[in-house]
Design a protein around this ligand. Structure first.
Ligand code: AMP
Length: 483
């Protein structure tokens, strides 16, 4: 088996890894580190949780620490772009850990906090700058930083960047980069839109790919509770008060829903905090901080806010609302069972979510187990095949659409007319943007027909041309939620 000592990393980095008790490289690290140290561009298909940060961070630290030229004011040698504030912060924390035995200056710039201290931090120049695109552009416009001395560029979570509407910001930023540079491009998925974007950024890239979360999800004990809407909170409280729940993330589909769950849990004597795009950066950091230190056991989150969050030891992931996009389920449950640990994912499912459950079970090719002790007669799934499952009519047509592109029930990337049951993996960008409120579907065009996995046509969903399907529709908020 490959060891860290086989990869060409220097003693100070190996020491930092030993301090962290990392014993062996993860597959993406073993594949990427030697290629990057040789100076190749890289196209990586991998998600957070695979050890991706060290895969690009360690070679970056090594190469930059060998560069003895003095830093020029207001420049950076390496730029790492991240779609969300939390992920940017986390990348910076990891880089600080890995570079603790070398002299490098790193900085993180994200929206939602004062720009002044960031301007000061950039004054003397940085070796590695981790940034979200919007704030970085603001700083460039303020002449607080320039990119003309840059030698290394990393675009992380490219699919999420596009989902969040950063494509124009990205294109503007890339025009500012010197053509002679090493570029790295990571994405959890690689549909054509992303592959095209990658080819515009990279020169003769080496390609690495590691198992998608869908396969790592097998380690997770996945359960379902069937209940009715008025009993949902009682079920959640009972679950969280149960044995073995040491650290739980509860997912809701909307920001408003997250706040309500926190309030209701409080009434039931369970302390929790919410993180979502309407919270200030300070509130989000505090909530995440007390969750990480163990002062607070329960974090309630929306999908975007939780994306990329890396907290060890999450015992339970609870889907208080089932996601209406099945891939989101896989991302959510991937918060537990990290780095080989085992975890439990519980979905609380009410009748209007049966259709979502069916989609999740199709995508993951498994049937979720009933909670131990639950009466098998309460399981409605036996009737799923014969039942005409229809999408819930929550929030009418308007829903929680909040994105700048979220008009008319159509998602940001709204390929017109595709229903929500598009075959798994078939171009997530063709079927409407997704965001904190779900995804915008029922788009324009051919009357919103639903393609069933397997190819057969289903009945068209209600709300075709230009109307919403009635499901909560998405579109994402760039400001607040992401940047
Ligand atoms: P990432 O995908 O970069 O977010 O990493 C996921 C988690 O795995 C983080 O908590 C890292 O600290 C941890 N990690 C990364 N590489 C290793 C390794 N080789 N051995 C053990 N843990 C690791």
């Amino acid at each position: 088996m490959t060891q860290f000592t086989d990869l060409g990393l220097g003693a100070p980095i190996l020491k930092a890894l030993a301090d962290e008790k990392y014993e062996t490289p993860t597959p993406i690290q073993a594949q990427s580190i030697p290629l990057l140290l040789k100076g190749h561009d890289l196209l990586g298909v991998a998600q957070t949780g695979t050890g991706k940060t060290a895969a690009f961070g360690l070679p970056l630290i090594q190469m930059l620490s060998e560069d003895t030229r003095p830093l020029q004011p207001k420049t950076t040698r390496a730029l790492i772009l991240s779609p969300t504030r939390e992920l940017a912060q986390q990348i910076n924390d990891s880089l600080k850990t890995y570079s603790r035995h070398v002299r490098l200056r790193t900085a993180v710039v994200v929206g939602g906090v004062s720009i002044r201290s960031q301007i000061r931090a950039l004054e003397r120049g940085t070796d590695i700058l981790v940034a979200t695109p919007g704030r970085l552009l603001d700083l460039i416009n303020n002449r607080a930083v320039r990119l003309d001395e840059l030698t290394h560029f990393v675009l992380d979570e490219a699919d999420q960047m596009l989902d969040l509407g950063f494509i124009h910001d990205l294109k503007r930023l890339v025009k500012m980069l010197p053509p002679k540079r090493q570029s790295l491009f990571f994405s959890a998925t690689m549909p054509k839109t992303i592959a095209d974007l990658a080819s515009a950024f990279l020169t003769n890239p080496e390609k690495v790919s590691v198992a998608p979360v869908a396969s790592t999800a097998e380690k997770i004990d996945q359960r379902v509770i069937f209940t009715q809407t008025p009993e949902k909170m009682q079920q959640l409280s009972g679950l969280l008060k149960g044995d073995g729940v040491s650290r739980a993330i509860v997912f809701t589909r909307t920001k408003h829903g997250a706040d309500k769950v926190v309030r209701d849990l409080g009434r039931n004597g369970i302390e929790a905090a919410a993180i979502h795009g309407n919270k200030s950066q300070g509130q989000r950091q505090r909530a995440l901080g007390s969750f990480k230190t163990g002062n607070m056991r329960v974090l309630v989150a929306t999908d975007i806010a939780a994306r990329g969050i890396d907290v060890d030891g999450i015992s339970h992931v609870v889907n208080y609302d089932l996601p209406n996009v099945p891939e989101t389920y896989v991302h959510r449950i991937g918060r537990t069972a990290r780095a080989g640990a085992e975890g439990i994912a519980v979905s609380i499912c009410v009748p209007e979510e049966y259709i979502y459950l069916r989609d999740i079970e199709r995508l993951t090719s498994r049937s979720l187990d009933l909670m131990p002790g639950a009466d098998p007669d309460t399981d409605p799934r036996a009737t799923f095949s014969s039942r005409n499952l229809t999408a819930p009519k929550r929030n009418g047509g308007g829903g929680n659409r909040q994105g700048r592109n979220g008009g008319g029930g159509q998602g940001r990337n709204g390929g017109g007319g595709q229903g929500r049951n598009g075959a798994p993996g078939a171009g997530r960008f063709a079927d409407g943007g997704r965001g904190e409120g779900g995804r915008g579907d029922g788009g324009r065009g051919e009357g919103g027909r639903a393609e069933r996995p397997g190819g057969g046509r289903s009945k068209p969903f209600r709300g075709g041309a230009g109307r919403s399907s009635g499901r909560p529709s998405g579109g994402s908020s760039r400001h607040g939620a992401a940047d």
